[in-house]
Design a protein around this ligand. Structure first.
Ligand SMILES: [Fe+2]
Length: 290
């Protein structure tokens, strides 16, 4: 099964050329001059960047502090309405990400600590009908040091794998490519086995959905030489810190809006007045293609 269909070789080459050209702009930061009433032009520029690169960085004016409601309204400009309420989100479905110390560390919830986070897409452990289409990650306060985010367009990862060996993207599109074991907490099963492809066609038919984690523990990969070779290539690609991998340290008032791009985080250290604080919203919707 292939996740991307092209009518002809020249159509593929055009897509490939466009993707590679757009990747050079992926690190651009889009200003939002009037956050209370963002201009149609600035919203369109961000939506276009997401279409081309899988994600876009934005920056609010200095002195403007985004409320949680502002984030919800901001998402709606891009057609993002169906928020996912995960285990650790607050009642408004927005998660507050900060170092909550040893308790979270012991429970294995790395996002709520200061530790590095491996490359992944969000919700890779969700059932097929609850895949995460988009996320919004907003920095209210950066850490004293560290905490840079790595970002990569899943379609660019698909392209790199495909151009190296088309069988690799086929292997990662197998319905049993990646399985996540059940999550059991205090004797209660939160989810059972979650088995599915890494790459699949988006439900709206307008691009690729990616389900991935570089986490080594508790992941079962389809035991097949092609799958394992593809994974090694992908891991090396993400660790290369080039080839379309963007590193950005979000400053206060900056954020990422994305069609569930690949992302990771370096570890960080808080200091006096510099307690890293991020907000995150996850959606079942995708940002519409422009
Ligand atoms: Fe994430």
């Amino acid at each position: 099964m292939t996740t991307m269909r092209f009518a002809s070789t020249s159509q593929y080459q055009q897509w490939q050329q466009d993707k590679l050209a757009a990747a050079a702009t992926a690190g651009d930061v889009h200003p939002i001059d009037n956050p209370d009433n963002p201009s149609a032009e600035q919203i369109a520029a961000i939506a276009q960047q997401v279409t081309q690169c899988g994600f876009a960085l934005y920056r609010l004016p200095e002195g403007f502090t985004a409320s949680r409601q502002w984030l919800i309204d901001f998402g709606e400009h891009f057609g993002l309405r169906r928020l996912d309420s995960n285990l650790c989100s607050d009642p408004d479905s927005i998660s507050t990400l900060r170092d909550s110390g040893d308790n979270q560390r012991k429970r294995g919830y790395i996002p709520y600590t200061n530790r590095p986070l491996n490359w992944h897409t969000d919700g890779y452990y969700n059932p097929p009908d609850q895949q995460i289409g988009a996320f919004l990650l907003h920095c209210e306060q950066d850490a004293a040091s560290g905490g840079e985010n790595g970002l990569m367009d899943p379609e660019l990862a698909w392209l790199r794998l495909h151009d190296e060996n088309p069988r690799w993207v086929e292997a990662l599109s197998h319905p049993e490519a990646m399985s996540i074991p059940p999550n059991i907490e205090d004797g209660k099963e939160i989810h059972g086995w979650m088995t599915g492809p890494v790459f699949s066609a988006r439900a709206d038919g307008k691009g690729i959905h990616m389900r991935y984690t570089a986490r080594k523990r508790n992941i079962r990969w389809r035991d097949d030489a092609t799958t394992l070779a593809a994974l090694t290539f992908l891991q090396n690609l993400l660790e290369s810190e080039e080839n379309g991998v963007i590193w950005h340290r979000l400053a206060p008032g900056e954020g990422v809006i994305s069609n569930n791009a690949l992302h990771c985080r370096k570890g960080f250290e808080n200091g006096s007045g510099k307690q890293r604080l991020y907000y995150r919203a996850r959606y079942f919707d995708y940002i519409k293609r422009t």
